[in-house]
Write a protein that binds this ligand. Structure first.
Ligand SMILES: CC(C)(COP(=O)(O)OP(=O)(O)OC[C@H]1O[C@@H](n2cnc3c(N)ncnc32)[C@H](O)[C@@H]1OP(=O)(O)O)[C@@H](O)C(=O)NCCC(=O)NCCS
Length: 205
């Protein structure tokens, strides 16, 4: 399906007489969060809690209290190697992802970064927000000099597998004992994507 430049599908075409006005398209946005106010932290905690209850996919398995999640995200904002991206639907935070750079002592892998903890709350899925989130994280990573983006995902996360493969990530391996959820061992797939230099870096400066 075609999408507008914010990642949303084009408005539906209506033929013939209809009394129902077309539903307005939701506004999609993604930004890198360097600070979040209390309302935003609560929205993010709410979205994370809903995603965990729906089956998680970003580490947590058991439902977490909202204040634990809010504290967690407050901590993420303080870690220099982590960049937090938030996805908004009509202005409200409904999802997030983290770009994690290697620590400074890991010079051998300084060109790479890990895309982690990626989720959209169940109540905000299907609008193209995840696709926009991947695009924005990739663009930011390329702009700060990341040349290879790595990620891993449980084999059961079908939506995420579709999303990342459609975005050009290549699967290079499968770990048969990757995660344990509800006493069940789950395999995980590992992916990478090479990023082209952008902006001034692309000109070799
Ligand atoms: C995967 C996830 C991020 C998708 O969010 P979303 O906002 O609904 O995704 P989008 O609307 O941007 O759709 C992106 C693409 O994924 C596809 N997709 C979404 N959910 C899907 C599913 N369950 N099965 C197959 N494809 C799916 C969409 O059809 C779309 O495909 P297209 O680009 O070919 O049209 C969301 O379902 C989620 O948070 N899942 C749980 C957490 C998770 O798996 N995180 C990743 C591992 S860290």
């Amino acid at each position: 399906m075609e999408r507008n430049d914010r990642g949303a599908p084009p408005p539906e075409q209506h033929h013939g007489a209809s009394t129902t006005p077309p539903r307005p398209q939701p506004t999609l946005a993604v930004d890198r969060a360097q600070a979040l106010d209390e309302t935003e932290l609560n929205e993010l905690a709410e979205a994370a809690a809903a995603a965990i209850m729906d089956g998680g996919g970003f580490g947590w398995v058991k439902p977490q209290p909202r204040d634990t999640l809010a504290r967690y995200f407050r901590g993420v904002l303080l870690v220099p190697e982590r960049s937090l991206f938030v996805a908004r639907l009509d202005g409200t935070i409904v999802g997030a992802a983290q770009l994690v750079r290697p620590p400074r002592n890991n010079e051998a892998q300084a060109f790479s970064a890990q895309l982690m903890h990626f989720f959209i709350a169940p109540y905000a899925r299907g609008h193209g927000l995840a696709r926009l989130l991947v695009r924005r994280v990739e663009a930011y990573a390329a702009a700060i000099g990341v040349r290879v983006l790595n990620l891993d995902v449980r084999e059961t996360q079908e939506g995420a597998i579709h999303l990342f493969e459609a975005a050009g990530f290549q699967r290079w391996g499968t770990h048969p004992v990757y995660a344990q959820v509800g006493g069940r061992v789950i395999a995980g797939h590992f992916y990478f994507k090479c990023l082209a230099p952008t902006g001034r870096r692309a000109k070799g400066s």
